[in-house]
Design a protein around this ligand. Structure first.
Ligand SMILES: O=C(O)CCC(=O)C(=O)O
Ligand SMILES: [Fe+2]
Length: 345
């Protein structure tokens, strides 16, 4: 496998040609647009989100929030209870939720889907600390996390410029053509699950990414293999959005109607300071079939962590400690305590 990252193909030339967009995404498993989103609106959103994050102390006090200069001693990530504070502060913002409904995004998603679409209520932002690279989002297919149906589209976009060293998203073009959910394994990175593309002959594991500028957006379906690049900067937080869209009438998994868990918030807590009611519980106007979340992917990953911990794997041991600390009452924590007692005596 080559470590060289190749450029993403830019599809702005076809932005008004639904058929060509559909042809390209069917062939390559992604569409990348320069400045699909309005930079001024995104800078304003960055200011709001980063200011909220600064207020909880994750950015150095007195610095310009737009610079995103992290207090590295506050490092934490999804799965840590400490993460609720900064992520929750940004997650409560009305404009953050509204950004997933901006017509510049939904119009192009609708062209790609060829049908009316609904943005998922479960919005996601990533607040990524520097030099925290072993927790980076690993290689995966989104279906294991978001489920519902294979046609669900993710739109990933940085809220700010995101050169490669800040850890933007990378994809393997054509990888969606495997046509199925591949076996995912335990990972310490966000989402806790990773796939090994080199285990599958039909996939040519060539990675494509770019030095993202604000407004740039990457859109891909649920089977495309992708990962985040590590945030190797000295002191900058990476802030990005990954929102999901489905055709109206398609199946949705029940957790996608709930807030993103790492925010630690309920809808009522999120809505507390909103000025408008328009987007509150908007999905109740749609009649999409709802299915329960399939827990088998995460359960399998956790069982692997238990096994690996028994063999002395440091990342798996770290994961078990994280579970015991953050979800002490869960069944997983019960199992984790058992294995930790075996190995640590
Ligand atoms: O931004 C990240 O770290 C992960 C994003 C991702 O996996 C996605 O957008 O589906
Ligand atoms: Fe993903």
């Amino acid at each position: 496998m080559s470590d060289v990252i190749k450029p993403l193909r830019v599809s702005n030339d076809a932005i008004n040609d639904a058929e060509e967009l559909q042809r390209r995404i069917a062939e390559e498993g992604y569409l990348f647009f320069k400045q699909l989103q309005n930079p001024d609106k995104l800078w304003a959103l960055r200011k709001e989100m980063m200011s909220a994050i600064q207020e909880v102390g994750w950015l150095i006090a007195g610095t310009d929030p737009l610079d995103g200069i992290a207090d590295v001693s506050k490092q934490c990530t999804e799965g840590d209870n400490e993460y609720h504070e900064g992520y929750g502060a940004a997650y409560r913002l009305e404009n953050f939720h509204r950004s997933a409904h901006w017509p510049e995004v939904t119009d192009v998603i609708e062209k790609i889907a060829g049908k009316p679409i609904m943005p998922h209520p479960h919005k996601v932002a990533r607040v990524w600390f520097p030099k925290y690279t072993e927790h980076t989002t690993p290689t995966h297919q989104d279906f294991v996390h978001f489920q519902g149906n294979f046609e669900t589209l993710t739109c990933w976009a940085p809220v700010g410029d995101c050169p490669q060293e800040l850890g933007g998203l990378a994809v393997i073009p054509g990888s969606h053509k495997v046509g199925r959910v591949l076996d995912h394994h335990f990972s310490l990175g966000a989402g806790s699950l990773f796939v090994k593309p080199e285990e599958h002959e039909e996939i040519d594991p060539v990675w494509h990414s770019t030095d993202y500028e604000i407004g740039d957006s990457l859109i891909f379906p649920a089977l495309t293999i992708h990962k985040a690049l590590p945030n190797n900067t000295e002191d900058r937080l990476r802030l990005s959005l990954d929102n999901r869209y489905q055709a109206v009438g398609d199946t949705i998994a029940d957790h996608m109607l709930e807030p993103h868990g790492p925010s630690g918030l309920s809808w009522e807590e999120i809505y507390a300071d909103w000025k408008s009611d328009e987007l509150k519980y908007y999905w109740k106007n749609y009649d999409n079939p709802v299915v329960p979340k399939d827990m088998s992917f995460s359960e399998k990953g956790f069982e692997e962590a238990l096994e690996l911990a028994r063999t002395g794997n440091d990342q798996a041991i770290f994961r078990l400690h994280r579970t015991v600390k953050n979800e002490p009452e869960s069944d997983m924590a019960e199992k984790a305590r058992g294995v930790l007692a075996e190995i640590e005596g």
